[in-house]
Design a protein around this ligand. Structure first.
Ligand code: NAI
Ligand code: MG
Length: 497
């Protein structure tokens, strides 16, 4: 066990304690007695300093040529590669995802750093003809200003990177408030940016709790962009605060993602995808496959194999390379899952496996939960409607593709969905009909790649997308420029050339 780390905030290029001098504990969800470190418990005063630093740094950073900004991101990407194993181990220890998945989380940050570094030489605008002679028209991206980034614990480095890298390449400065459960992974990312030579004040990091450190960042009159990933409940609050001052707001919230398994599917492949989608990251992904809608012709066969596989998962310390599923993130999450198990039973869903906390031996030291499968669920049950964010999946039988699609769409969320079928016609129909921002054919609901837009329809978000070029739209504004070189007054729509 590594000794606890006493960490600080990063404000205006310096590592500083919280103004209050207070700190909070970051503990290992797989081993409660393992104290990972103490992190500053920040408040409005720390946020004030960080936002002011970001505002001051903005003047020079926005004028730094974008390819130069990109060079810093390239360097950061290379340093992340060098430190990948250390960072992944820190992450598995503080968050509880299997080591292999923690490495993938760091890899996303690496990919995002390189991708956005490349955008330093692109950020293409348009040039287009004018309706008038001797007149030139073009669009350019302009940065927006100080960005407040609020991130969750389930992708402790990937999500901060998804927000930081595009914000920086566009010429904005940022204040990052990471989740209180995973401040170390965010620290590791910020440290890399510091070592890569990010100028003082361009990236600021303020650790702490949501209402104490997150809320002042959202409220601050100088933050012009807020990008938030987390619960719908907090997202709604954030949106209300931003509405008053017309801040740019990008929200990524919950999901109740679905895999449709058709009668002609390769069942072996579908089971494999469903297990990965439902129990990967202990079900704590916004894209987790928490509903499986299965054609009744294969329902029994599918559920038997699926339950067998769920029971066979190796659960334990995420740092053990044989472990496939780690613990839940914290006590609150464990209680949420427990609550939904009771709800499912009360609603009359059939508990096929799991449904309880794992205990005994090393399990007593962490928030471990048995992979849980509910069978014969009806689409209206709360366990089939609400985001649980744990290793719990609802199996729902369907009579045909149309019904499967209807069930699939009949939730408030719209993040990710998928279909397993050998029939290209069915695949294309589902592709068109599913109201989700992400759709997969013959693959699970998880597995986004960073150069494609990421985000959801309906109540998952507010119409924005992260990652890819789409992310630039959150962190820049289009400026439309007309250059009249005719030397005379030319009136659009009035003067005919
Ligand atoms: P949360 O929404 O409370 O936390 C997300 C981030 O927002 C954290 O950094 C937190 O400190 C911050 N925050 C909390 N209250 C705030 C406020 N009033 N103003 C500004 N920032 C604030 O999520 P939590 O409690 O960790 O998880 C609860 C549920 O949220 C989960 O069970 C899951 O359903 C959902 N969730 C969804 C995620 C996703 O990827 N879409 C990620 C994490 C949680
Ligand atoms: Mg923790």
């Amino acid at each position: 066990m590594a000794p606890p780390k006493i960490s600080k905030n990063f404000i205006n290029g310096e590592w500083v304690e919280a103004v209050s001098g207070e700190a909070f504990e970051n503990i290992n969800p797989a081993q409660h007695q393992d104290l990972i470190g103490l992190f500053p418990r920040s408040s409005g005063e720390d946020v004030e300093r960080a936002v002011t630093a970001a505002r001051d740094a903005y003047r020079a950073w926005r004028l730094t040529p974008a390819p130069r900004r990109g060079e810093i991101l390239y360097r950061a990407g290379r340093m992340l590669i060098e430190r990948k194993e250390m960072i992944a181990r820190d992450m598995a220890r503080e968050m509880g995802k299997a080591l292999e998945e923690a490495r993938a989380d760091v890899q996303e940050a690496i990919d995002m750093a390189f991708y956005m570094a490349g955008e330093g030489r692109r950020q293409f605008g348009q040039t287009t003809p004018s309706e008038l002679p001797d007149k030139f028209c073009m669009t350019v991206r302009s940065p927006v200003g100080v960005c407040g980034l609020i991130t969750p614990w389930n992708f402790p480095m990937a999500i901060p990177a998804w927000k930081l890298m595009p914000a920086l390449i566009c010429g904005n400065t940022v204040v990052l408030k990471p989740a209180e459960d995973t401040p170390l992974s965010a620290y590791n990312l910020v440290k890399v940016l510091e070592d890569a030579g990010i100028p003082r004040g361009v990236v600021n990091y303020v650790a702490g709790f949501g209402p104490e450190a997150g809320a002042p960042l959202v409220k601050h009159p100088l933050t012009r962009v807020i990008s938030f990933t987390g619960s719908s409940e907090v997202g709604r609050e954030v949106a209300q605060v931003c509405a008053g001052s017309f801040k740019h707001l990008c929200l990524e919230m919950g999901g109740k993602n679905v895999i449709l398994v058709m009668e002609d599917a390769d069942l072996e492949l579908a089971v494999e995808g469903a297990v990965w989608g439902a129990f990967g990251t202990t079900g704590q992904r916004c894209t987790a496959a928490s509903r499986l809608v299965i054609h009744k012709a294969v329902y029994r066969q599918f559920s038997e194999i699926f339950v067998e596989r769920a029971k066979a998962l190796r659960i334990g310390d995420p740092l053990d390379p044989r472990v496939q599923m780690g613990p839940l993130i914290n006590q609150t999450q464990l209680e949420t899952v427990d609550r939904y198990i009771a709800i499912g039973k009360n609603e009359g869903a059939k508990l096929l496996c799991g449904g309880h906390r794992l205990t005994g031996g090393a399990y007593d030291q962490g928030w471990f939960y048995a992979p849980t499968v509910f069978g014969d669920c009806s689409p209206q049950m709360r366990i089939a409607q609400e985001e649980i964010f744990g290793p719990v999946v609802a199996l729902i039988p369907a009579t045909d593709l149309d019904q499967a699609i209807e069930i699939g769409n009949n939730v408030v969320y719209g993040l990710s969905s998928s279909i397993y079928t050998a029939d290209v016609n069915k695949a294309f129909r589902a592709m068109r009909e599913m109201e989700t921002g992400i759709f997969y054919v013959n693959a699970s609901t998880i597995g986004a790649e960073i150069h494609l837009p990421f985000g959801g329809m309906k109540q998952t978000g507010n119409g924005h997308r992260e990652a890819a070029v789409a992310a630039l739209d959150v962190y820049s504004e289009w400026k439309t420029i007309y250059v009249d070189y005719s030397g005379k007054l030319q009136r659009a729509q009035i003067d005919q050339a």
